[in-house]
Write a protein that binds this ligand. Sequence first.
Ligand code: SF4
Length: 79
Amino acid sequence: MSSKKKCAPLNRGIIFDKIDPRDFAKIDFMYCCEQCSFFIAENEGCNMGYNTKNHLKANQLKAYELHGRMCFCRNHEID
Ligand code: SF4
């Protein structure tokens, strides 16, 4: 008799990283699509084909105000 274990499905959601308010105040870091080389301003799209919704500046700042976290895009490109 085989004893196959069932694997629980991975709960993969978007990751929001906590940001220290002191760092947010002091460091001029890149956190939104509008600062990325792949951003298409005309339609708020992404040349890499990613969904920009959570990475747009307004949404990033809103998330930070609500829970002190931001959703960084791992493919953010700076020229
Ligand atoms: S690569 Fe990421 S940060 Fe850059 S435009 Fe696309 S979704 Fe936004």
